[in-house]
Design a protein around this ligand. Structure first.
Ligand code: ADP
Ligand code: ZN
Length: 540
């Protein structure tokens, strides 16, 4: 850094005005900047859109030397650097996408003291070449972005981050700032520990995004539900001055195939939707991104890769048509809505198949037992958020260790779900599972279980003689959608499990025994099915 004309012009607020063109600091920004300018360390937990970048960019301009920014988002480095250069900041990056000559030029500039900011990927920093380079120049500070990636218990662990624990020893005099937009209390503790930031000042902003309305609905025919949701959003959309404007939104799905199919379906319904995933040509992706940023009313259907670092303030809705793997992921993705502070909606459709699929993905993943257990805990927390009968926001914030009051603006606050005593249906279902388990080498999923309970005579029921089961036809008090709701909720609460046979067979758990014995009551929520028309309610 070092702004050309020293002292007077070097107050953080002056830099904010002169370089970035903003009038005031937001939230903790000024305090964080003061801490770094004075040579201290900082740990910053601030939600997406909170303004983390300026907290290390401005100190890098004020302090002598170059600010080294460690960021795992290689794809975004070019954009970030371009944006900084556009306002006259001398910024560059080093990563694996560059040619030898490009790297050489950046290295020369750094050593010559001609860079304010240098972005490097964590895997690059761990190499002797980059470490040697850093020793030859002057460093203003280290900024560790996405610092939750150092946490082995978090949802986004990256082994390369572990090397960053060496920074404190190698450069004891250089201030460090670790930043993240998602951290539970455990992750916060762990990253502080691992990055050697015990002496740092901690700046923890509220994670509440009060302008985002959270809605989680049971999945019936998801694409039709999605169209209805998007139409509703687009009809309601006005800008800050109250003028109608087509709403932009992001729809997240897990697989590329779903992304493609969904985008096509939406287009056929007259919605200006475009697919985005890593399998598409880079030029196509860039074009899609540019349209999304510049035009009104574009809906991007994407895998989760989309949105990192995309700074579009007026995204009016984020929809998930597949269940996110963790609350951290959900929070990060929904956080891309409403960065301008205007009312926005986070909508998630989720169903039984999501739970089964996610449990299977965990089982099949190559990780060890501890890894699978961790992923299982992440999923459980996500399921608890989906199934809660109280305020979504309270549940979400408490996951990040923050207390709050019922928000009055989420779906469960606006229409508190009814609950009912589901002990008897749960017992019927569980005892069917127990009976089927006696038949070796047979895989029966939820659909077949429900057919048995509802007394259907399908080919599968006939082939296996399942009309003869004592539980055949004893479940007519609920319809199919309601039974699926029961299965989903039992799975979510650990009273049922998906076996690791790879076929999605349902099995009972230790906890189920108490229900079967009548020692444990099961409280279930009555799902409100959107497909049955607004406001109508069907049980389970
Ligand atoms: P984060 O990294 O926390 O998600 P960014 O640093 O990308 O957030 O900032 C989000 C947006 O807010 C950007 O468009 C940024 O330029 C803007 N911004 C940040 N600080 C201020 C401020 N003090 N005044 C006005 N706009 C700001
Ligand atoms: Zn609420």
């Amino acid at each position: 850094g070092r702004m050309p004309d020293a002292s007077l012009q070097n107050a953080p607020l002056d830099v904010l005005h002169r370089v970035f063109g903003y009038s005031d600091f937001r939230g903790d920004q000024a305090a964080i900047i003061d801490q770094l300018v004075a040579g201290g360390d900082a740990v910053v937990l601030m939600p997406t859109g909170g303004g983390k970048s300026l907290t290390y960019q401005i100190p890098s301009l004020i302090r002598r030397g170059t600010g080294i920014v460690i960021s795992p988002l290689i794809a975004l480095m070019q954009d970030q650097v371009d944006a900084l250069r556009a306002v006259g900041v001398k910024a560059a990056f080093l990563n694996s996408t560059q040619t030898f000559d490009e790297r050489r030029e950046v290295e020369r500039d750094f050593v010559a003291g001609e860079l304010d900011l240098l972005y490097v990927a964590p895997e690059g920093l761990a190499t002797p070449r980059v470490q040697e380079l850093l020793r030859q120049g002057e460093i203003a500070l280290f900024a560790i972005d996405e610092a939750h990636c150092v946490s082995q218990w978090g949802h986004d662990f990256r082994p390369d981050y572990l090397w960053l624990s060496n920074l404190a020893e190698l450069w004891p005099a250089v201030p460090r700032i670790a930043l993240t937009a998602t951290a539970t209390e455990a992750t916060h503790r762990e990253l502080t520990e691992r990055l050697g930031l015990r002496g740092a000042k901690h700046f923890v902003s509220s994670f509440d995004r009060p302008n985002i309305q959270y809605r989680i609905v049971p999945k019936d025919e998801v694409r039709r539900q999605l169209v209805a949701f998007i139409r509703e959003q687009q009809a309601a959309s006005v800008d800050a001055a109250g003028v109608p404007v087509p709403a932009a939104g992001i729809v997240y799905a897990l697989s590329r195939a779903t992304v493609e199919k969904t985008a096509e379906f939406l287009r056929a319904q007259g919605i200006d939707a475009m697919p985005y995933h890593a399998g598409l040509d880079a030029a196509v992706r860039a074009q899609t991104q540019a349209r999304f940023l510049r035009e009104d009313g574009v809906v991007i259907v994407a895998t989760i890769a989309f949105g990192m670092g995309i700074d579009k303030p007026d995204v009016r809705f984020v929809a998930h048509i597949d269940l996110p793997k963790s609350v951290e992921g959900y929070y990060q993705e929904t956080g891309r809505a409403g960065r301008d502070g205007q009312p926005s909606v986070a909508w998630l459709a989720y169903g039984l198949a999501d739970v089964v699929q996610q449990r299977q993905l965990i089982d099949k993943s190559p990780g060890d037992r501890a890894f699978k257990q961790r992923m299982g805990h992440h999923l459980d927390a996500m399921l608890a958020l989906c199934e809660t009968v109280s305020c979504r926001r309270v549940n979400l914030l408490s996951y990040f260790g923050q207390q709050s009051e019922a928000c009055g603006n989420c779906d469960t606050c606006l229409a508190p779900p009814e609950t009912f005593d589901g002990t008897v249906p749960a017992q019927k279902l569980l005892s069917t599972v127990v009976r089927l388990k006696r038949e070796r080498n047979q895989q029966f999923g939820a659909g077949h279980l429900i057919d048995i309970l509802m007394g259907k005579v399908t080919p599968r029921v006939e082939q296996n003689g399942h009309q003869r089961l004592a539980t055949w036809g004893i479940g007519n008090e609920l319809n199919q959608a309601q039974w699926r709701g029961v299965v989903r909720q039992l799975l979510a609460s650990g009273l049922l499990a998906v076996s690791d046979d790879g076929y999605g067979t349902l099995v009972i758990t230790d906890a189920s025994t108490a229900v079967l014995r009548g020692e444990r009551r099961v409280e279930l929520r009555r799902d409100v099915h959107e497909s049955a028309g607004r406001g109508s309610t069907r049980a389970a």
